[in-house]
Design a protein around this ligand. Sequence first.
Ligand SMILES: NC(=O)c1ccc[n+]([C@@H]2O[C@H](COP(=O)([O-])OP(=O)(O)OC[C@H]3O[C@@H](n4cnc5c(N)ncnc54)[C@H](OP(=O)(O)O)[C@@H]3O)[C@@H](O)[C@H]2O)c1
Length: 419
Amino acid sequence: MSKRFQVTLLGATGITGRNAFDYLAKHAPTDLRWNIAGRSKEKLKMLLDRVEGAWNLPEITSADLSNQDSIEDLVKKTDVLIHLAGPYAQHGEFVIAKCIEHKTDYVDIGGETFFIRDMILKYHEAAKRQSVRIIPTAGYESLPFDMLTMLAVNKLNQEYQETCASVKIVTSFLRSGSIRDNRISGGSIGTMRNILDGDKIDAFNDMSCLLPNDCNRRAIRRRNKVKYESKYDQDVRAYTGPLQPAPFLNVPVILRSAYLRNNFGYSKKFKYSDSMTMEFYSSSENGQRKAAQKSAIINKLTSIILGGPKIFRSLITGRLDAMGIKPGDGPSEESLPFVDYTLKLFAVSEGGSKLTAKANAKGHPGYLSTAKIAAEAGLALCLDEILDDQQYGIVTPSIGLGAGFVNRLEQAGVNISFD
Ligand SMILES: NC(=O)c1ccc[n+]([C@@H]2O[C@H](COP(=O)([O-])OP(=O)(O)OC[C@H]3O[C@@H](n4cnc5c(N)ncnc54)[C@H](OP(=O)(O)O)[C@@H]3O)[C@@H](O)[C@H]2O)c1
């Protein structure tokens, strides 16, 4: 591939986009031909003032998702598109279709699984034919979870000649400083609204939603149903509740990774689950127990409402609207470096062997770590050799990027280790 730009960052002016811009400006190779794009040239120009010194600054292109010509022009002139101007369900299909047509590799951080399913059904085969990798969900959710699971499955398989029966990951958000800002971004609210408005297949409750119909989805769905429960988890010795903020996202992504690998290394009855400890919300054990219970109730209610008559959804939409969060709103930039997170993985093989692993990650999972991870994914797509463990199509992060991406993940501040 050798278009005018190697990498284009669309949505560079959003919360995640600004952090991805900073990261690329400081960490991309100095000879990278890159470009930032968005609907406001003024805002994009202001971004250039954020960096000092002789870093490799990008060119600027106007592109508005509601103007298809501008998007097609943008896609035509870049090898890789990092698309951070989510949410995605409204304008995302055109972007993906044009990336496939013009052989542009693509990465986004979306979580609208009903939309991703639709894209898989319509474009997976076309993307394979064109040898293009389209990788949604390449942020905190779901890239580190997907990679850690793949690495554990590989290790069980290669070192112990065992097939993986189940993986559980428990995550913890950790404060590393005194600045507190738990606000959620306008983009994340937009994603929730899109799910409420557009999820007509109940993907929120269907963990098999990213799989084709001919692979016994019903059994997979039953086995991997998210319980939305709070409990005391003996493995981590802490109260846990549903993963935040999107407990419905990692499960279908990881099940799709298993499917795309033809279940190689995974048991036919493979099960994946995740959860979260609560020390981010309370320092006392009792406070953590209550926080876990509250989170479980909110998520359970959301799942019932999304699975019920459509009119119920207006209850949540009303609550989201009452929060008054607009696109561009979100936690302060100063607060983002002061939240870290860990993932603890517990894998069990069909033969009963156990494997544990850990990922320690720096920076706010949603808006800082996600930005760095997506930026590294974009760099990998344009700079790294394609190896045998990678596939074309509408794929998951681990399948599009392969196990070698673990080195770039480390650059992005996510360090994986096995016990
Ligand atoms: N997977 C994960 O772990 C993860 C983590 C964080 C966020 N997310 C998702 O990432 C997405 C972005 O979140 P965010 O917090 O960064 O959102 P945000 O701060 O609201 O930024 C949205 C970006 O999209 C741009 N945009 C909006 N409409 C556009 C249009 N018509 N044409 C071109 N650009 C347009 C905005 O440009 P302007 O500046 O001009 O408005 C802005 O750059 C959301 O879907 C969110 O759910 C996922």
